[in-house]
Design a protein around this ligand. Structure first.
Ligand code: 8X3
Length: 252
């Protein structure tokens, strides 16, 4: 019987691509997100390959997170792999012009939500003396760029939590690692720019960005290493990107 992986933010982007790669490789799935219809569509697509359970809840709501975890039917209750993928950017304003609601949303999902779901799942990993947690960080967790302020702060927090989890959990046989992508073409910029598709499209113009599938394959590589191998921290960028602010673009 295949292992079971829980993926947050599975309704789009890196999360959805990861669910597809995991299903190809025989991992049973718990796919989480807020958009129920999208999760059900993905479940329909993948359930001929593996067992798939949908959990639709808001990661910001800690009661909902624990309730969702407790609602898992027996065959899905042993989670061996947790992919902490859910996260978004809201706004790109200088610190003096930032919207407090945007700041709270980013901290609530990217940091607190990641902690809630981890807190729900880690005890059973400890009990089983095995588990693998992948925290999806960002290059924004390794450096700060203009207007990135609170988003960068949230991803720096993910970087710190990733290191701290590894320190606290390695003696329980639990592997913890982070994958920190640079520019990946997803709905990320559309969310950041509040639905402004033109502005979002420009972010990825003039060079070849990463695709969600590129990152998903790396996630699968990471979780499919032999049990004694833990990939602790990875930065992945498009070839055309050298840092958050240095991108080789060919705009005509
Ligand atoms: C996504 C990468 O550069 O937009 O986390 O912050 S960036």
């Amino acid at each position: 019987m295949g292992k079971t992986a829980l993926i947050t933010g599975a309704s789009s982007g890196i999360g959805r691509a990861t669910a597809r790669v995991f299903a190809e490789n025989g991992l049973n799935l718990i796919i989480c997100g807020r958009r129920k219809e999208r999760l059900e569509e993905l479940q329909k697509e993948l359930s001929s390959k593996v067992d798939v359970h949908c959990l639709s809840f808001d990661l910001r709501d800690k009661t909902a997170v624990f309730k969702a975890y407790e609602s898992l039917p027996r065959p899905f209750s042993k989670i061996e792999i947790l992919i902490n993928n859910a996260g978004n950017a809201h706004g790109l304003s200088p610190i003096d012009q930032g919207d407090i609601n945007d700041w709270e949303t980013m901290m609530d999902i990217n940091v607190k939500g990641l902690l809630y779901i981890s807190k729900a799942i880690i005890p059973s990993m400890i009990k089983n003396n095995t588990g693998h947690i992948i925290n999806i960080g960002s290059t924004a967790g390794k450096e700060v760029y203009p207007g990135g302020n609170v988003y960068c702060a949230s991803k720096h927090a993910v970087d710190a939590i990733n290191q701290a989890m590894r320190i606290d959990l390695h003696q329980h046989g639990i592997r913890v690692g982070a994958i920190n992508p640079g520019l990946v073409e997803t709905e990320f910029s559309e969310v950041r720019f509040k639905g402004d598709r033109e502005k979002a499209k420009k972010v990825y113009q003039g060079f070849t960005p990463l695709t969600p599938e590129d990152v998903a394959e790396i996630i699968y590589f990471t979780i499919s290493r032999p049990p004694h191998v833990n990939i602790a921290d990875l930065i992945v960028m498009p070839t055309d990107q050298a840092s958050s602010t240095i991108v080789h673009k060919n705009l005509q």
